[in-house]
Ligand binder design. Sequence first.
Ligand code: 5AD
Ligand code: SF4
Length: 479
Amino acid sequence: MKQKPGWVLPNLKEAQKRTKEETPRIDTYIIPENARSMGIGHTYFISTYGCQANERDSETLAGIMDTLGFEKVEDVEQADVILINTCAIRENAMEKVLGEIGNFKRLYRANPDLVIGVCGCMAQEEGFVERLLEKYPQVRLLFGTHNIQDLPSMLYSVMYEKQRVVRIYSREGEVYENLPVHRFGKHKAWVNIMYGCDKFCTYCIVPYTRGKQRSRYMDEILNEVKELKEQGYKEITLLGQNVNAYGKDIDDSYDFATLLEEVAKIGIPRIRFTTSHPWDFSDEMLDVIGKYDNIMPFIHLPLQSGDSDILKLMGRRYSQEEYIALYNKIIERIPHVAVSTDIIVGFPNESDEQFQHTLDVVNYCRFDNAFTFIYSPRPGTPAAKMEDSIDMETKKKRLALLNKTWNEHALERNKAYVGRTVTVLVDGFSKKNDLVYSGYTETNKLVNFTGNNIKTGDFVQVYIDGAKTFSLDGHAIQE
Ligand code: 5AD
Ligand code: SF4
């Protein structure tokens, strides 16, 4: 890759390293003097792709931009700075981002001072950065997941020193506390409890793009949750690539069950968490979830494959039987729990029989929701080096059959709600119809319902009249 003085380019080999060194923790955030108030009179727009970790990172980007004096706009045409926070989990995410940057070319031509910055997981990928630097001169700023806190000085160099800045560290990473945050939700908030991932599932790019597992100290998390409660937030979601492993990188006195219990005691009305790896899902976690009414009875439990041999090749460290045993334990111990999952079809050389094993598990668990994907080789991961004898057409057919199967289960699960009254936390008007409100049940079911004078952030009792595959319909029970 072409190198220029001052640039730091990504290196996937470097990003893979894991040492025994303690995670550096940085508690104070200082903005360089020359960059302070540099944003006054300027606007910014953020476009976010991918998972909740990215959503939360965008809130930090927005928090920093606000601190610099920039004003957030919802219309990209009005923006002086555009930040694109990208996702690298599958190839189609990459194509979408390149399409979006291509569209911004027009804005750049009209306003050569426009700053287009690209960050997030894709910036950690060597191939993507190479392509971007060569073919997209309008991108003036490129920074990685470990460089967010440097935004003020990077932006200063771009805007006032007219430089093209590329700063992408490939390292294990640190934990930053007290970075500014501009929360996009008024009644629901994300709370990071850990960063990175050390699981190295063979298909997954995340351990490379987000560094090693680094848990936040419990006190820091609890203080953030207390603050959110004081600010009136109704729901928080604890975030980590694998929350069950929370604290294992600090010492043995830390674990997710303890954290969850301490968070529950603070008394925020709704607590969710994501994602749980079946591998280290403890009994203590189930006890805590069952004990506190404000921990929502909803578990996202990625299956990935229902075939034990494929699971081994994926590096998932559980078998079909172990997954089912855990599933059974969850539904026994948490009354009315809903379970969702992630599934990949078409892992290299997956046979019809192996795919059938995935369908078998799906038919057994009858998931409430599923996120299903065709395997996408990620450069630098072990699975990307595997030869694959399965053609794309077969993979697409499997995906369609899988979707048909889980959709039927989801509809069936939803029908069981008809005639019941559920508590819904209101998000606002329904996307399709502004006479209809929408929100989520405790079990994370989307509900569209009618009612009067209802506000976003209210808890409402809703009688369910009808069920669809992806949502429920109902009416509010009001005096
Ligand atoms: N190809 C397809 N799906 C993937 N996922 C992660 N990596 C890949 C990949 N290379 C899916 C997994 C994970 C979800 C977030 O994305 O199912 O749980
Ligand atoms: Fe990727 Fe596996 Fe880590 Fe999840 S647990 S982020 S699938 S490596």
